[in-house]
Design a protein around this ligand. Structure first.
Ligand SMILES: [Zn+2]
Length: 150
């Protein structure tokens, strides 16, 4: 099921704004304070590739919930999960950010977060690890785990 709109929080006053999906490419302003809303930079419509160099800025410093998928190119389950993560990035744009980390290219992150197997999804909120999902879960189970952060 695809949502026809998404919620974006205003960076100036914090008000929640509902943006129709059909107008996602247009310039939006906050309904309360009229500040321009820049949601494409903060909540991209696809998952963001993250590595050890960008992890701090993209994940830990992000002011909200971020799902980080640890994956590897040799992992079949991961390959099926990657397009799903992109789908979720579009559906949850404005509420949850989706990132992916190639474990082979970022072994330091994998060991820091004790990722023993792929796929593993770790949810961060304001830089804190808040949940860990191991295995290729179906979409409805992933969204269930995201519900507390919406
Ligand atoms: Zn505002």
């Amino acid at each position: 099921m695809v949502q026809d709109s998404f919620i974006v929080r205003c960076g100036r006053c914090g008000a929640k704004n509902r943006i129709p999906r059909s107008r996602a490419k247009e310039r939006a302003v906050c309904g309360k304070c009229r500040a321009p809303i820049h949601f494409t930079a903060e909540y991209p419509e696809r998952s963001v590739q993250v590595d050890e160099r960008t992890f701090g800025a993209e994940v830990l410093k992000f002011p909200g919930a971020v799902l980080a998928l640890f994956w590897a190119p040799w992992c079949g389950h991961c390959m099926r999960l990657l397009p799903l993560i992109d789908e979720l990035a579009m559906e949850y744009r404005g509420t949850v950010k989706f990132t992916k980390i190639d474990m082979d290219k970022s072994p330091g992150l994998a060991s820091q977060y004790q990722v023993m197997s792929v796929p593993t999804m770790i949810v961060f909120k304001n830089g804190q690890l808040v949940n860990r999902l191991v295995g290729a879960l179906p979409k409805d189970q992933i969204t269930q785990h995201l519900r507390p952060f919406l």
